[in-house]
Design a binder for this molecule. Structure first.
Ligand SMILES: Nc1ncnc2c1ncn2[C@@H]1O[C@H](COP(=O)(O)OP(=O)(O)OP(=O)(O)O)[C@@H](O)[C@H]1O
Ligand SMILES: [Mg+2]
Length: 266
């Protein structure tokens, strides 16, 4: 397997404008390095404020690192144009309804990335959108629906469709499934496993659920106060965790009881 993603010494400082020390840079992420092979799924775990979203946003291009670089197939992601990067890495947000435009139909919203990032003509865009609707388990009729006409599970499917419509190599999801009802969450996670198998997409997801992480991920990264304290295969971290926090996070009470596919990576 070739190396898909290499995160090399990436750090992030924020300069707070207010607070008791305005202007002083605050470290959200100390230099982290790790890599991911093609088609692998990475789970990022850690306590609140440990830097999970910061890494996720930097990989997705929503934030720039203060130092270090990220390489996709050996090419620097930070030096790519937004248009180029968008084709390779996409992000799914936590609140799918808020991330969708209430005034634009599903079909038009799914066409948007194709208009801005490809040279497809209108009939080709429409064809690709119908294809992607079916890939995420929606119907052709949903093309003309507005987001409020969909259930929360269907809205999350649209958000996933928008993330995969450009056939990216990586999809980043930051606690994207937390707000969903458990049975719907299970369906969405199973959909992601299917997409991973069919399209070879690598998922990077932030999650607090040990059960979901064990089920879906190939590798796990554990964060603590802006530092990466452990990184390795899911099997290694479950069976031989080196850090107490890893043990606690992976062996915590199962928060979500969900009927997932039986292909756990444990
Ligand atoms: N835009 C910002 N400006 C200033 N500080 C920020 C900004 N974004 C994040 N931080 C700080 O960086 C640190 C890490 O934040 P981050 O959002 O990555 O945590 P997290 O692990 O995702 O936490 P949670 O589980 O609560 O979502 C926090 O101390 C946070 O206050
Ligand atoms: Mg977060």
């Amino acid at each position: 397997m070739s190396k898909l993603l290499e995160v090399h010494e990436v750090s992030k400082y924020y300069v707070h404008k207010d607070g008791w020390m305005p202007g002083k840079p605050v470290c959200a992420l100390e230099p982290v390095s790790f890599s991911l092979e093609r088609g692998e799924t990475l789970a990022i775990m850690g306590e609140t404020g440990s830097g999970k979203s910061t890494i996720a946003k930097i990989i997705a291009g929503a934030e720039r690192p203060s130092s270090g670089d990220i390489f996709l197939n050996g090419q620097s992601l930070t030096r790519m144009s937004d248009r180029q990067r968008c084709r390779h890495v996409r992000m799914i947000f936590q609140d799918s309804l808020r991330s969708l435009n209430p005034q634009i139909t599903v079909g038009k919203q799914l066409c948007e990335p194709l208009i801005f990032n490809t040279d497809l003509n209108y009939p080709q865009q429409k064809e690709r959108v119908h294809q992607v609707l079916s890939q995420v388990g929606l119907l052709p009729d949903h093309y003309d629906f507005y987001p409020h006409m969909l259930s929360s599970g269907q809205q999350q499917r649209v958000a996933i469709a928008r993330a995969i419509v450009l056939e990216p190599q990586i999809v980043v999801a930051d606690e994207a499934f937390v707000a969903l009802d458990p049975s719907i969450r299970a369906q969405i996670i199973n959909l992601i496993l299917d997409l991973q198998e069919d399209m070879g997409i690598s998922f990077i997801f932030v999650s607090h659920s040990a059960e979901i992480v064990k089920h879906v991920s190939d590798k796990i990264l554990i964060m603590h106060r802006g530092k990466m304290i452990e990184f390795g295969t899911t099997k290694a971290l479950i069976n031989h965790p080196e850090e107490q926090l890893t043990k606690t996070l992976l062996h915590s009470e199962h928060k979500y009881k969900v009927p997932l596919h039986s292909t756990t990576k444990e």
